[in-house]
Design a binder for this molecule. Structure first.
Ligand code: 13P
Length: 257
């Protein structure tokens, strides 16, 4: 059996002009020219940059590009939207699905996310399925049930064969952009729980192969501790991914973990 992938993923969100983006990617690949299996670097960039960032990382082993979203329908009269069919045609390998910001600001429901997951799989795009609880749920200690339901209501639309290409990102909403990271104990406990929920649907062997990333105020200074957790297979990084030195230090933590 192959080793589980370890992934340092950047989520730029709606940040960086194209000149800033070019400078950042060039600095990153200058600093880390290649990453070797089982490690990977994924850059989730705004739609207009997908093709150009793909060109900048081309030839750098272990680098890929992700979209931050796709539409739940394959094609049609949906002005301003981007389909998974289009992403596949541009050779985009990954797509974020269900980021908490899209759930909140774009009203993405479990049913919509289930459709997006299917569109990704139909187009040979690995979905990076995001889950995570708000603070009120954590305060009531109901986070395990909350995250299990997010997986059951959306991810579990996929068969075992389809789920094999998925990546999970656990991002507690109270830790996103707040500077308040989950402790490594909290992250490990939730990642273990997620793996057991995956095992209940797909079996232990497949659950053991699906990478589970942590997201929420990951920085160079806390990456080592998070990556030392046995069920934390990498990170989905927002703010710190916009700074080349920070993100390259996070990648180095991953490759040396
Ligand atoms: P921050 O790293 O800025 O907290 O963002 C996390 C995130 O939402 C990544 O998708």
């Amino acid at each position: 059996m192959t080793a589980r992938k370890k992934i340092a993923a950047a989520n730029w969100k709606m940040n960086l002009t194209w000149p800033e983006a070019t400078e950042l990617v060039n600095a990153l690949v200058d600093s880390i020219e290649a990453v070797n299996d089982p490690c990977q670097v994924i850059l989730a960039v705004p739609f207009p940059y997908l093709q150009s960032v793909s060109a900048l990382v081309k030839g750098h082993i272990g680098y890929s590009v992700a979209a931050q979203n796709c539409h739940q329908k394959a094609a049609g009269a949906y002005t301003g939207e981007v389909s998974a069919v289009m992403l596949q045609a541009m050779e985009i390998a990954y797509c974020l699905v269900g980021h908490s910001e899209r759930r909140e600001y774009n009203g993405e429901t479990h049913a919509v996310l289930a459709d997006k997951l299917v569109r990704c799989i139909e187009n040979k795009i690995s979905p990076i399925f995001c889950c995570g609880e708000p603070l009120a749920i954590r305060d009531q200690e109901k986070q395990n049930e909350y995250v299990a339901k997010q997986l059951q209501e959306a991810l579990f639309v996929l068969s075992s064969d389809q789920a094999a290409s998925a990546v999970i990102a656990y991002e507690p909403i109270w830790a996103i952009g707040t500077g308040r990271t989950a402790s490594s104990q909290q992250a490990q406990a939730m990642h273990r729980h997620i793996r057991s929920v995956l095992a209940s649907q797909y079996g232990e062997a497949l659950a053991g192969q699906i990478p589970i990333l942590y997201g929420g105020s990951v920085k160079a200074s806390n990456a080592d501790e998070l990556f030392a957790c046995p069920d934390v297979d990498g990170a989905l990084v927002g703010g710190a991914s916009l700074v080349a030195s920070e993100f390259s230090a996070i990648v180095r933590s991953l490759t040396s973990a």
